[in-house]
Ligand binder design. Structure first.
Ligand code: FAD
Length: 480
């Protein structure tokens, strides 16, 4: 059996409770450290992606550092200050990728391996795990029998069954961040967060980007005001955003990708050097012997769990992306910890997603928490919405970047916030004040009467609360 890291001698002591974790990403590591704190022995079995899983290797970390690199290049030239002229050039894209690789390796070591290596009763096995019964797993030809299991195998890129796509060859988030040369042009299939973050990043590095989105708008679950504004900003970056697209076939011709599609009933052909598939994620649940383990899946193939994260097999829990929405690294870690506690202590604590923030790292960023106005009304709340364009925020005016707005939604009866949607450069930094207000029942009036430093972006939240009752345009400086 191939194994690395710790190899404790008393793992199999009968008195020690043993948690076997399948998968080696954020959910797995949070579960392992919590289980260890609770006195359990832990075996992590990981295969496919390197240790650390999606976030550090092919997800959050590489995407966010490359987005920042692209932004540094873009902003050097694209600003609104008169009298300042600068130039910027991507002189060595390979160096950008090498620096990203170093960061990934450094964080993989520091945030994953170095965290569990000192733990005496945590062992990592590299190999593909397969259940043979509810209490036994096979890995590298060896059977591991124990009483508690956690499935934390995450998701992989979903590749739609489009004629010719496989033969033509395509990129996903697993390969895009490893390209050492910028393609001259790129077709991006998909219009949700991974597609949009990657599209804008590549466009800002200098690739000509076309986004092909099946729905009639990008981010179709968000309010049209928001998605229309974001579409405009992406177009300002030179991205061609095409909606209502049904992709019929893909082929490679003279080295170039050719996409035949129907766009709103019209036949169209798109051509580019490369194609990125960012059409969603599929759960890593196949070929894992889950039938033999008695673990039920939902209709999309994700592991079905109850609110304590227990699967249909009582001794098998699941956490992270493999159980479906929400699919973020912080929710994966939260679920991993909770599942470990429930598996070991048996207390049946339920998950709580009150005031869950989320961010899309486009520029301007899209950030949200809680309900939008329509969702609040559908939930029977007497909801009121206040939208503050950034043209009213002194910080944005001073920065000469007034793209976007802040929308707050409150329950009129209680004056408490129930949700927010922000479209703003660095807008994600505004979220936490709103998250805490929602979670701890702070009223709009209490936010409005709190000092917010001038000129901060955070002042925009205060101004948005004022917009519930007053015309913000009529306010003096440092409005109260
Ligand atoms: C491009 C991109 C950008 C993202 N950006 C963000 C962001 O900015 N912020 C954020 O919060 N989230 C982001 N996410 C989401 C985040 O990465 C995931 O929510 C998180 O990594 C899920 O962690 P996990 O532990 O559930 O699964 P994973 O990290 O996917 O870990 C699962 C591990 O199990 C392994 N495995 C699978 N099957 C088996 C098997 N049978 N045996 C053994 N091992 C197996 C896999 O190879 C993998 O190593 C992003 C995702 C992507 C793709």
């Amino acid at each position: 059996m191939a194994s690395c890291c710790n190899n404790p001698t008393n793992l199999d002591a009968e008195s020690t409770l043993h948690l076997v974790i399948v998968g080696g990403g954020s959910a797995a590591f949070a579960a392992a450290t919590r289980a260890h704190e609770l006195g359990a022995a832990v075996t992590i079995i990981n295969d496919g992606l390197p240790i650390g899983g999606t976030c550090v290797n092919v997800g959050c970390v590489p995407s966010k550092t490359l987005i920042r690199a692209a932004e540094a290049h873009h902003r050097a030239v694209h600003h609104s200050f008169e009298g300042i002229e600068s130039t910027s050039r991507v002189a060595d894209f390979g160096a950008v990728i090498r620096q990203k690789r170093e960061l990934v390796e450094q964080l993989r070591q520091a945030k994953y391996l170095d965290v569990v290596n000192p733990l005496e009763h945590v062992r990592i096995i590299e190999g593909r795990a397969r259940f043979v019964s509810p209490d036994a797993i096979e890995v590298n030809g060896e059977r591991i029998t124990h009483d508690r299991f956690l499935i934390a195998t995450g998701t992989s890129p979903f590749v739609p069954p489009i004629v010719g796509l496989r033969e033509a060859g395509y990129l996903t988030n697993d390969s895009l961040f490893e390209l050492e040369r910028l393609p001259e042009s790129l077709i991006v299939l998909g219009g949700r967060y991974i597609a949009l973050e990657c599209a804008q990043m590549m466009a800002r590095f200098g690739t000509r980007v076309t986004v092909l989105q099946r729905s009639d708008r990008i981010l179709p679950t968000e309010h049209p005001d928001l998605t229309e504004a974001l579409t405009g900003y992406l177009q300002d970056d030179g991205i061609d955003v095409v909606t209502c697209v049904t992709t019929r076939s893909v082929r490679r011709e003279d080295g170039r990708v050719v996409v035949e599609a129907t766009v709103g009933g019209e036949e169209r052909t798109f051509e580019a050097a490369e194609i990125l598939v960012a059409t969603g994620r599929k759960p890593n649940t196949s070929d894992m012997g889950l039938d033999a383990a008695g673990v039920d899946l939902d209709d999309r193939g994700f592991v079905a769990v109850d609110d304590t994260l227990q699967s249909s097999a009582p001794n098998i829990f699941a956490a992270g992306d493999v159980i479906g929405n929400p699919e973020f690294v912080y929710t994966a870690a939260y679920e991993g910890k909770l599942a470990a506690e429930n598996a070991i202590l048996g207390e049946g604590t339920t998950r709580d997603y009150t005031a869950l923030p989320w961010v899309i790292f486009t520029d301007p960023q899209v950030a949200g928490v809680g309900l939008d106005e329509a969702q609040a009304r559908a939930a029977g709340i007497d909801a009121q919405r206040a939208t503050l364009p950034l043209t009213y925020v002194p910080r944005s005016l001073a920065a000469r970047d007034t793209r976007g707005f802040i929308t707050l939604v409150r329950d009129k009866a209680s004056d408490r916030l129930v949700g927010a949607r922000i479209l703003a450069p660095e807008g994600s930094e505004l979220l936490m004040e709103i998250v805490l207000a929602i979670r701890f029942g702070i009223t709009v009036e209490q936010i409005r009467s709190s000092f917010h430093a001038y000129l901060t972006l955070g002042e925009g939240v205060k101004l948005a609360t004022i917009a519930f009752g007053k015309d913000v345009a009529a306010l003096s400086c440092c409005a109260t």
